[in-house]
Ligand binder design. Sequence first.
Ligand code: ADP
Ligand code: MG
Length: 709
Amino acid sequence: MDLIRLENLCKNYQRGDLEIPVLRGVSLTVKRGELVALVGASGSGKSTLMNILGCLDRPTSGSYQFAGKEIASVSADERANLRNSKIGFVFQNFNLLPRTSALNNVRMPLDYSPAHPSDADSKQHSERMLQIVGLADRMDHEPAALSGGQQQRVAIARSLINRPELLLADEPTGNLDSHTAEEVLRMLQRLNEEEGLTVIIVTHDEGVARHVKRIIRMKDGVIVEEGAPANSSANKTDAAKLPPPPKSASFADFSSLKHAARTVRMSLGALRRNVMRSALTCLGIIIGVAAVIAMMEIGGGSSHAIQQAIASLGASVIQIDSIDVSVGGVSTGRGGSMDMTIDDAEALRRECGALQNVAPSVDSWGQVVSGNKNWRPGRILGSTPDYLAVRNWPVVEGEPFTSDDVRSSSAVCLIGQTVAEKLFGSDSPIGKELRLRGVALKVVGLLAHKGANVMGSDQDDFLLAPLTTVKYRIMGVRQATQPGAATTTTTFSPSQIYVGQQPPLYPPASPNQAINNPQTTRFADLDDVWVAAGSPDNIPLAIKQISGVLRDRHHIQPGHLDDFRIRDWTEMSQTFASTSRVMTNLLLVVALISLIVGGVGIMNIMLVSVTERTREIGIRMAVGARARDILRQFLVEALVLCLAGGLAGIVLGRTISIIVTHILHWATMTSVPAIVAAVAVSASVGIIFGYYPAWKASRLDPIQALRYE
Ligand code: ADP
Ligand code: MG
């Protein structure tokens, strides 16, 4: 039966507008088991014909039937399969993959074999093939470490590994010395005789042609002379010298998995062959991912610190104090307007439903002394136990002072962690005595650690005493200044205290007291009122209520300015938080841009790599790689590069954030979402930017890729 049937085959090459005919009507049949020599002068079209026979190239016109099948009508994938398992091709210049061991060169067709043999089988079979061509001791050698003859034997082993029906050898001895050439030719001859392999050898050397039984002569693209077909050794049964290619032993379900594993192995091999370039390619991704991770961790740390500072403020704290107002363009100065008074505070407590706690306070300042130590606290406040509730500030040691302490102006105080440390070191401050402006106060409680507020000042540098104690004992007495605070006539008797109702916190003076003691013990003005709105959502309503009550009490006409100021600390802190978030996001965008730049870098290098590896692609296609195999390989390479870069970037980013924490003492926070996002982004960068080069590689024509210089 005819293995090859050519009818009027033509091939023209396009050169500019010119069509150059190279094959001008070649008709030929080759039977199974024949050994044919194709001879002719250089440029007569032998290689062109061989490439068409080998399904590497396509004719311009005419018909080529291989094993009864019209090649013009089969798909590119089917042609790849023919190249892989039916046709072996031996090239003049060997076309081995550089920097790849002889063994891996030989097994390459098995990687693209539709049978999907297992890795172990492939390796074993490749070793057998190398033994057959006499290279058992050269399996791990790379082509550069092999002689020309050895390289050609590797190429022959590769062409035979899938036990093809046709072996095409295009000037296989052209680059060899005469002795080695003889050896190679004898090997081909033996394969024909003992294996029944159909062999076509191209040569321009008449001496070589003497080895064969049938000679076809070509001149200027046509067959000019045909030697009589010699007694063909066709249909001879296999002498079992060439082992059959390994068959798939696995279930079909696993084959795609194994295929993927093989693609990854090939990609890793390709990357290993160019470690330096791979590392440089990764650099963009490494920097981008490291920047993203470091940004996220530092940004996360700072926003966490700000969140903590906000939480340390208390449950939606609002601070109210009095301010100067101008009347008719004249500033009235402090006292010119009405100060906040206890009555104001009580009115707020009574009338503002949106408030959870109300704590009036007065400020003080001065040095505190205990034993031989002294300290000037950052803030000294006189207030009520409600202050602790407003600020959500627990006492960790001892007890808070009580409303009774406020009523009786007890000489007690609570101190923050910083004050405790400055005055008492590591000793417990509870029960100790300290002096503030000459007044002895007993420390009854130690406040919990709060840290810095959003402004950065230390909230633990703090002393809190009952409002009345600070007002009467420490700061001296100030009289009510506002006319509205008329003396009340309420009398206050012990019977009232004990009827089950709590006496008012700030007992007003009775008329008798007022007369007997002109230095009234009542006080009116406060520095601040602290209130808690409970939740941030409640704040606008709370502010509206506070403003209404105070304007009413201070008799402020509509259109006139408030003589008080309402400060919403939560909002202020959130402004800080959002500013820092904006900064973090801005930096993140910069980091993402660098990731994209890294992706573009990968695309560039992959494109260069596709160009540089055009021959490799050609060789892979020549041994049966389909377009999609090439696409997959380059895509996986890009993906592996990006993922490796991503992992290195994560390590680098983490290192940066750890260094920042240790050297700059910035808060950082490990961000798992950032790490996940970094991996996802680098993988997508790999796929997106790797796709175009991979697609470009897969679109290459086998013969053009092989010819690429
Ligand atoms: P040989 O018989 O020496 O193997 P070839 O088949 O390689 O000859 O080339 C036959 C002719 O076709 C030559 O004249 C060559 O210049 C021309 N040729 C080969 N390849 C191309 C090509 N890709 N483009 C244009 N002309 C080509
Ligand atoms: Mg040639």
